[in-house]
Design a protein around this ligand. Structure first.
Ligand code: MG
Length: 387
C-alpha cells in the first residue's frame, strides 16, 4: 500500500456565536484527505479527517511542511509490518522531522488532521469502524455509547435570560440529559442569575456544567468558585489561562466541586505539567484534551498513559470536540464522554444521522472509518476534496 496524494481544504465553520473570549464567525477547519493506491469499487481508499473546532485551518503548515515530508517518506518509514496499513506513530515521527521540541501551537493541529486521516484510512482498509480499530489497537474494552452533553448556553444581545432558558429547554427536547453553559462574558452577579435561570429549566445541578473559556485571573476564578459553591454544579471548566497551572491548583484548594481543563493543551509535556502542578484531584476533576488539536491519537494515548500512571482514571477524560472523530475515540478508548454543539459548528461539528442519541449517550454508526461521509453537511466538502 502506498500514499498517492494528500489534499487539504479550509472549510468555514457555521458559527455566528462567541464565548467569553472568542468569536467563531471567521473560524475555519482543515479537512484532509490521504489518498491510497488501493482501489475498491472503482475508487481509491481515502482516509479523511480534520483538525478540531476552535483553532483555524492550518493550510500553510500542511502544504509547506507536513504533507511534503510524509509524501517523501520511503514505504518502510511509514508502513506497519504487514505492509498493508500505515503505522501512525512512524508517520508522526516522519512529519515531525526537523521540528524543535516545545512551542506546541498550530502545528499540533496540522499534524493531528493528517494523523487522524491515517487512522481513518487504516480503518477503511480493514473495513471496520474507527472505534473498533482503536479499541483493538490499544487493547481496550470499547464503550457501547459515548455519554454526551449539550454544550452551549451562550450570551444573547436581547432577552438573554429568556433565550438561555429556551436554549436549555430545546436541548432537553432533543434528548440531551446534561448541559453546559458559558460564564465569564458578563459580571459575576449577572452570571449567577444566568446559572439560576438555567437551573430553573434543567433542575438538577448535577447535570449542569459551566465554562469560562480561560477568561479569569486567579482572584476572579476564586470569586466565581466561592459564588458557585452552593449550587453543586457538575463542573467548572477552564477558569483561567490554560497554561496557568498554579491558578488551577489555587482554585482546587478552595473549590470542592469538580474542575475541568485541558482542551487547550496540545502535547504530552503540557499534560505532564498539568498533572505535576495543576492540583488536579483524582476521581474528581476532568481532563479535556482533544486529539484533533494535539498531534492526533498517538500523542493522545500517551497523555492517557501519563494520567493513569499518576493515578487518574480514563473516565475522568472528556475530550473537547463535539464531532464524529471524538465520538469514535471516546467509544474506542472507553473514556468518560464528550460534548455536542447542537445547531452550531457545522459542517464538522455534530454527529451523523445514523449516530443515535439514547439515554444521554450517542453511538457511532456502522460505516468503516470515522463515518464522516455519513454526515450530510460534511459529505459535499469531502466529495469536492476527493473528486
Ligand atoms: Mg471549553
Amino acid at each position: 500500500m502506498r500514499i498517492v496524494e494528500i489534499r487539504e481544504s479550509a472549510v468555514p465553520l457555521q458559527a455566528n456565536i462567541q464565548n467569553a473570549v472568542v468569536s467563531f464567525a471567521d473560524h475555519t477547519v482543515s479537512l484532509v484527505a490521504v489518498v491510497s493506491d488501493v482501489i475498491r469499487n472503482g475508487k481509491p481508499v481515502t482516509g479523511v479527517a480534520f483538525d478540531s473546532i476552535g483553532r483555524y485551518a492550518q493550510s500553510g503548515l500542511l502544504r509547506e511542511r507536513f504533507i511534503p515530508r510524509l509524501l517523501k517518506a520511503k514505504p518502510d518509514d511509514i508502513l506497519d509490518p504487514s505492509g498493508g496499513a500505515i503505522d501512525a506513530d512512524k508517520a508522526l515521527r516522519v512529519m515531525m522531522r526537523n521540528e524543535k521540541p516545545g512551542g506546541h501551537g498550530d502545528r499540533a493541529h496540522a499534524v493531528a488532521a493528517v494523523e487522524l486521516a491515517l487512522w481513518d484510512l487504516n480503518a477503511k482498509l480493514a473495513g471496520i469502524p474507527a472505534w473498533k480499530l482503536i479499541a483493538d489497537k490499544f487493547g481496550v474494552e470499547a464503550r457501547e455509547r459515548m455519554p454526551v452533553y449539550a454544550a452551549g448556553g451562550y450570551y444573547y444581545p436581547e432577552d438573554s435570560l429568556g433565550r438561555l432558558k429556551d436554549e436549555m429547554k430545546s436541548y432537553g427536547d432533543m434528548g440531551y440529559t446534561s448541559f453546559k453553559m458559558k460564564i465569564g462574558g458578563a459580571s459575576l452577579a449577572e452570571d449567577m442569575t444566568r446559572i439560576e435561570a438555567a437551573l430553573s429549566v434543567v433542575g438538577d445541578p448535577n447535570v449542569l456544567a459551566v465554562d469560562a473559556n480561560g477568561r479569569f485571573d486567579t482572584p476572579t476564578a476564586i470569586a466565581y468558585g466561592k459564588a458557585m459553591a452552593g449550587y453543586g454544579l457538575r463542573w467548572y471548566e477552564e477558569p483561567g489561562d490554560p497554561l496557568d497551572y498554579q491558578l488551577m491548583a489555587d482554585l482546587a484548594a478552595v473549590y470542592d466541586r469538580p474542575l475541568a481543563t485541558g482542551e487547550n493543551l496540545f502535547s504530552l509535556r503540557d499534560v505532564d505539567n498539568l498533572i505535576r502542578h495543576g492540583g488536579m484531584r483524582k476521581g474528581r476533576d476532568l481532563f479535556q484534551m482533544d486529539p484533533a488539536l494535539g498531534y492526533g491519537l498517538g500523542e493522545f494515548a500517551r497523555m492517557i498513559k501519563a494520567m493513569e500512571a499518576a493515578g487518574y482514571a480514563r473516565a475522568q477524560l472528556f475530550p473537547h470536540g463535539g464531532h464524529m472523530i471524538a465520538l469514535h475515540i471516546v467509544v474506542g478508548l472507553g473514556l468518560g464522554g464528550s460534548e455536542a454543539y447542537p445547531g452550531v459548528f457545522a459542517p464538522v461539528g455534530g454527529y451523523a444521522p445514523d449516530c443515535t442519541l439514547e439515554g444521554g449517550g450517542i453511538a457511532p454508526g456502522p460505516l468503516p472509518g470515522f463515518g464522516l461521509e455519513a454526515k450530510p453537511d460534511l459529505a459535499p466538502h469531502i466529495a469536492a476534496l476527493t473528486a
